[in-house]
Design a protein around this ligand. Structure first.
Ligand SMILES: Cc1cc2nc3c(=O)[nH]c(=O)nc-3n(C[C@H](O)[C@H](O)[C@H](O)COP(=O)(O)OP(=O)(O)OC[C@H]3O[C@@H](n4cnc5c(N)ncnc54)[C@H](O)[C@@H]3O)c2cc1C
Length: 138
């Protein structure tokens, strides 16, 4: 077994672990992220990043253009559809939080829809690009 020295060990390379690594690495603190799975799981998880989460991402120096490039088109994530089966015609729909441009009066970052695995990819790329070269295992 190889012995590895690090200042901070983060167990789990999900959004919280990766964002934590990003924040530490930006402050020059050496950090190691240990992730259980060698490949990112693509099972259903988060899809919505709300304004506050996006504000934190921007403050953490994440590439906001890349995050937005991975998000669905606004029209594809604007409603919650009610259906009995995926192939049946929809019974109805309700608007899914506000995503209109008027929201920009209160936040620079209105809600977006981005699959969690894709968000994690962007996060991991940012973490790996930090000058202290935090290591992400897996
Ligand atoms: C169906 C679904 C829909 C959701 N929708 C939304 C949404 O729209 N918006 C939203 O904000 N949130 C949503 N959530 C919640 C969101 O997914 C979680 O809040 C988020 O994933 C928590 O991040 P995390 O990094 O704490 O944990 P996780 O994402 O669970 O990451 C933990 C990581 O740790 C790893 N791990 C576990 N055990 C070990 C170990 N022993 N050693 C090493 N690694 C380990 C795991 O493999 C995983 O990669 C949703 C969740 C689900 C399930």
């Amino acid at each position: 077994m190889k012995e590895i020295q690090t200042t901070v060990l983060i167990v789990g390379g999900g959004p919280v672990g990766l964002l934590g690594a990003q924040l530490l690495a930006r402050r020059g603190i050496e950090v190691l992220v240990a992730e259980k799975y060698p490949q990112r799981l693509d099972s259903p998880k988060a899809h919505a990043l709300n304004p506050r989460s996006l504000e934190i991402c921007a403050a953490a120096g994440l590439p906001m253009d890349e995050i937005h490039a991975q998000a669905t088109r606004k029209a594809d994530g604007a409603h919650v559809w009610m259906m009995e089966t995926l192939s049946a015609p929809p019974i109805g729909r309700i608007a899914y939080e506000r995503q209109d441009d008027a929201v920009r009066a209160v936040t620079p970052w209105p809600l977006i829809n981005i699959a969690q695995p894709q968000f994690e990819e962007v996060l991991e790329g940012a973490v790996r690009g930090q000058p202290v070269s935090p290591c992400v295992t897996g």
